[in-house]
Design a protein around this ligand. Structure first.
Ligand code: SAH
Length: 393
């Protein structure tokens, strides 16, 4: 296995537990990155030649290598994939009674660039690095051996792939259904598999949905940015009187309505298709008020440079949501933008409540569920925030 030598002092982050190497940290005079092929496994050494572990290289990417092992000369082969994916599976089996979860969460499961979601017998796989892309046959072999899935959808429509110089596209092996069934928190959801903007389900909010549902008895609920109804349907199944789902996707709303009916036939469900900001303004002007509002927008801050604009959008969304709550009502405010600090989202909430001359009682501060493990040495792997708070006067 060839060696990738770093410049002096550029080993510190790796020694502190991080897995990424940036192109400017490599001693390119000794080993030009262009000498390596995309996805090639190397032993990474510090400037003195001491091993830091094994990584896969991508000369075309700013993050030019990611460690997959702390030992030198470790191939990312079927054996290592089997070991890591089996450990990932054991963790999920301890967490959940049924096979619906994120099975592998990239760096959080020590498999950089590999994400696997499990829907019973069906898997969706996202590969975002050249290292994993090159090992797709081995990944498929191990997934088939360990999980015996009926179908695997390779959902490679990821912007991250473009940064790695990898092609986009979706490929199915096996008979993938058009609609996936998801079992979560005693609810059953139908979600699109092969169509639409998103293939599948946002498992990361599972615990936060259950937390919000604790306040649902007899409530009128507004689920903003609802997708297939994760928050609203869970609340409906816990006794909410009515749920209104808001999303810009008609397809998502069809699924939300269907899921509400299937899980809580006695709850009155409405869908409102449109821009969430405009809809929330309109509901306010019509005098509509709710006991529960969930706001779970798409990432408004995809890159650091969008931070100011994105923060303004979170502030606006939170303020509009808070206006729609009755005093004593409960808000769940979520953000999946890694670049938004938890404290900043919390401040959006306190500014919105102070603006109404109310207080917010923080009931729960959540994040991504444990099937989306955060790599403790990598802040980049933590992204989801969810604050549940009650308004009080
Ligand atoms: N709350 C959902 C996940 C939301 S994902 C759950 O628990 O599963 C974000 C959703 O926001 C997507 O369904 C997308 O269609 C919708 N969306 C994006 N921009 C929007 C906008 N401006 N107005 C309304 N919906 C929007």
């Amino acid at each position: 296995m060839r060696v990738l030598r770093l410049k002096p002092h550029e080993d510190r982050r790796l020694r502190a537990g991080h897995l990424w190497i940036f192109a400017n940290e490599v001693d390119v005079r000794r080993n030009p990155l262009t000498d390596f092929s995309p996805g090639e496994a190397v032993t990474v050494c510090d400037a003195r030649g001491a091993s830091l572990g094994s990584a896969c290289v991508n000369p075309a990417s700013l993050i030019c290598a990611r460690l997959h092992s702390r030992t030198p000369c470790a191939e990312l082969d079927e054996n290592l994939l089997r070991q890591r994916l089996t450990a990932a599976l054991r963790l999920r089996e301890r967490l959940y009674i049924a096979p619906w979860y994120r099975l592998c969460h990239g760096e959080g499961d020590f498999l950089p660039g590999l994400v696997v979601d499990r829907y019973g017998d069906h898997l969706t796989v996202q590969i975002s690095t050249a290292g994993m892309d090159r090992r797709r046959p081995e990944i498929e072999a191990v997934l088939r051996e360990v999980l015996k899935p009926v179908s695997i959808l390779w959902d490679n429509e990821l912007p991250a792939r473009t940064l790695e110089g990898l092609p986009l596209g979706r490929v199915v092996s096996g008979p993938a259904p058009e609609i996936l069934e998801v079992s979560e928190n005693s609810c059953h959801f139908a979600v699109p598999c092969l169509t639409g903007q998103k293939t599948g389900w946002f498992y990361d909010q599972r615990q936060n949905r259950a937390e919000l549902a604790r306040y649902a008895a007899d409530a009128e609920v507004l689920d903003v940015f609802s997708y297939a109804g994760g928050f609203g349907v869970t609340a409906a199944a816990s006794g909410a009187r009515s749920v209104s789902f808001v999303d810009s996707s008609a397809q998502a709303l069809n699924f939300a309505a269907r899921n509400a009916l299937a899980n809580a036939p006695h709850c009155i469900a409405h869908t409102i298709c449109g821009d969430a900001f405009a809809v929330m303004r309109q509901l306010y002007n019509e005098g509509r008020r709710f006991q529960i509002v969930s706001v779970d927008p798409p990432a408004f801050i995809k890159r650091r440079k969008d931070a100011a604009k994105g923060l303004a959008a979170y502030r606006k969304a939170t303020a509009l949501a808070v206006r729609l709550l009755v005093p004593g009502g409960v808000i769940a405010s979520s953000s999946c933008s890694h670049h938004l600090e938890a404290q900043a989202l919390r401040t959006c909430l306190t500014q919105a409540t102070a603006g109404r001359k109310l207080h917010a009682r923080l009931l729960f501060a959540g994040g991504q569920g444990p099937d989306h493990p955060i790599h403790a040495a990598m802040p980049e792997t933590s992204y989801l925030k969810c604050f549940i708070a009650q308004l009080a006067d």
